[in-house]
Design a protein around this ligand. Structure first.
Ligand code: NDP
Length: 256
């Protein structure tokens, strides 16, 4: 296969959870520019419609499925709709996530569960439904979104860190179970990226200075910094890459 074909996603359909904004939207656009047909996801219908409109105006093939990634019945219903419509998901990006900061001693169990379910259980639920169909069709690509906190802990984000650490080993488990079915399951671990999730941190001058000072590249990441990793892990170029987490962090993990 020639190099351009290695990165060609023509004829492939990609479901990207949490893609109405932030990293999910940027990765979706990147996959579409490599030729993929997109299925966007989120909970907020208006945000999703706006995202679909933007990408459709750019000439991409795009639709949306609104569902809560923590809701097992909603996930299975969405996959039943894909089956009915004859839409096979070749590439799954488990990206939807939430974070909030609270000291561990003040954390309610409901907060703990919400973060674990959104950031970790969802990847199992959606990965399971996607993989059943990928196995039947002879292969596919799964990309789970981890974080620097898949590797290192930070204070006040314990459930997020536990979930993202879980993503790393869930990804390896998926690779171990599904590699023989020609499914490559890998993860991306973003560093500090300028999105809505980090709005309060970006506006905090001392935190902003900390990020810039501790990142060897000297800047925050942008959502577009994730595109190369997403296209690589979604494409034939990564056919022999399985169970890895690829950190896209401006070098921060190297010096933390
Ligand atoms: P944003 O807050 O900008 O976007 C989150 C997206 O997830 C939105 O589209 C939101 O849509 C969707 N979402 C949230 N909860 C659910 C749910 N229960 N069901 C369906 N969709 C949901 O976040 P980012 O783009 O910054 O983060 C994306 C991923 O990257 C997350 O997994 C995050 O943990 C990870 N990450 C981000 C980093 C960063 O610095 N930004 C660093 C490391 C990892 P809606 O509101 O409609 O539900």
């Amino acid at each position: 296969m020639k190099t351009p074909q290695l990165f060609d996603l023509s004829g492939k359909t990609a479901l990207i959870t949490g893609s109405s904004g932030g990293l999910g939207f940027a990765m979706a656009r990147g996959l579409a520019e490599a030729g993929a047909t997109l299925v966007l996801n989120g909970r907020d219908q208006d945000k999703l419609k706006a995202a679909v409109r933007t990408l459709a105006d750019e000439g991409h093939k795009v639709s949306a499925e609104a569902f809560d990634v923590t809701d097992e019945a909603a996930v299975t219903a969405a996959f039943a709709r894909f089956d009915t419509a004859g839409a096979a998901i070749d590439i799954l990006v488990n990206n939807a996530g939430i974070q909030f900061r609270k000291p561990l001693v003040d954390l309610a169990v409901a907060d703990w569960r919400r973060v674990i379910e959104t950031n970790l259980t969802s990847a199992f639920l959606i990965g399971r439904e996607a993989a059943k169909r990928m196995i039947a069709r002879g292969g596919g690509k799964i990309i789970n979104i981890g974080s620097l906190t898949s590797e290192v802990a930070r204070a006040t984000v314990a459930p997020y860190t536990a979930a993202k650490g879980g993503i790393k080993l869930l990804t390896r488990s998926m690779a171990a179970e599904w590699a023989a079915h020609n499914i490559q399951a890998n993860a991306i671990g973003p560093g500090y990226i300028l999105t809505e999730m980090n709005k309060a941190l970006i506006e905090n001058q001392s935190f902003d200075a900390w990020v810039k000072g501790r990142t060897p590249t000297g800047r925050w990441g942008t959502p577009d910094d994730l595109i190369g990793a997403a296209v690589f892990l979604a494409s034939p170029a990564s056919a022999y890459v399985n169970g890895h987490i690829l950190y896209v962090d401006g070098g921060m993990l190297a010096v933390l």
